[in-house]
Design a protein around this ligand. Sequence first.
Ligand SMILES: [Zn+2]
Length: 396
Amino acid sequence: MIQAMKKRIYITYKYRLDPTKEQQNFFAQFAGSVRFVFNKSLEKIKQAVDAGLKIPTYTDLTKRLPYMKAQEETAWLSTIHSQILQQGIKDLSEGVDAFFSQKKQKKSSRGFPKFKKKGQRESFRYPQSIRCKDGKVYLPKIGWVRYRDSRPIEGVIKQAAVKLIGQHWYVCIACSIEIEVPEFHITEDTVLGIDVGIKNYISASDGMKIDNPSHLKHMLEKLRHLSKSLSRKKKGSKNWFKMRAKIQRLHIRITNCRRDFLHKQSTVLTDNQGVRAICIENLSIAGMVKNRKLARAISDASWGTFYEFLKYKCEWRGKKFLKVDRFYPSSKLCSSCGNKQDMPLHVRVFDCTACGMKLDRDINASINIRSAGTSELISCGEIRAGGLNEAGIGSF
Ligand SMILES: [Zn+2]
C-alpha cells in the first residue's frame, strides 16, 4: 500500500488566441502602456541607484500612476485597466529585489531589469478576474476572446498573461490545483543519477542514453545557415526583413520542438516506477554561458528548462529531485574504485588506470552523481538505513 498526500500545485496552460481586429488593437495598446509605465518606473529606480538614494518600492511607484493619469501628455493611461499597469510595476519591483538579494548572496544573477523595447516580448498580465468558458477567455476591459482550445483547464484560475509570440497573441493561464501525491520511501536502489551533456543530451545511471532528436538538429543547422545569409544582406532592405521574419518563425518552431522533447523525456524519467529520486549535477548555467565556446551549445540544450520540468514532475509524482554540487568531479572519478584521473572532453570512454574498469564517459559520470546524491539523501534522513520498502510503511 502506498500512502497518498493532498498537495496544491500550479500549472500553466498556454493557448493561441483568435482575437478580432478590435481586440488586437486593445492588446497592442495594453502592452504598449505596460511598457511605458515599466520604463518610466525603471528610469526612476536607475536615478535613485545612481544618486545613492533609497530605491523606490512598488508602493512608491504605483502612487505615481494617478499623477501620470492626470498629466495631459499621459492622460491616455486612464483608459487602460489599472491592474495590468500595477502588475507591470510589480514585475519590475520583484526583478529589482531579486537582483539585489542575489547580489548580496553572491549568487549568479539574472541581471538588472532592462528597458522594454517596442516589438520585443510584448505582453501584459492580469493578477485576477480571469474566467474561461466555451473556448473563450474573459479579459477585463477587453471582453471575451476566442482561443484555440487544445486541452481543458483544470483547477482554479489564478492569473493570466497575454503575450505576442512571433505574429500571434497567446494567453498563458496559471491555475492552482489540488492533487493526490503518493508518498514513496526512497531506497538506495531507487535513486537515479543523470548526467547532461552536449554530445549525449541525457545519460542515466541505469545505462540509458538519449541524444537530441535529429529533426531538432536539422532545424538548428538551418538556423545557422539562415543567420549567415541574413548577415550578407543589406540591413533594412526588403530581403533583409523577409529573411529576418523567416528566422523568427524558425526560432519559434525550434523552441516549441525543444520544449516538446524536454517534456517527453522528463515524463519518461519521472514516470519510471523503479525510480523514486532523481539526482542531477547542479550546473551553474549562468556561469557556464560566459564561456563563449560552449555558450551556443548550452543555450541550445536549454538545461534550465529541463531541470524545471524534472523538478515539478518529480514533485507531482511524490518523488525526490536533488541537485548535486557542481564542484563534484563526476566525470573524473572512477565509479567503481573512486580513482581520480584526467578526462579531456574528447575521451569518450572512462578507462580506469587503477582498477581497469571501462565504461562510457557519461554513464560513469551519472553513476558518480547517483552516489553523491545517495549519500546526501542518507545524511538528510531521506533514505533510512536498511532501506524501508512500501511494505514497511507504517510499521514503525
Ligand atoms: Zn577504478
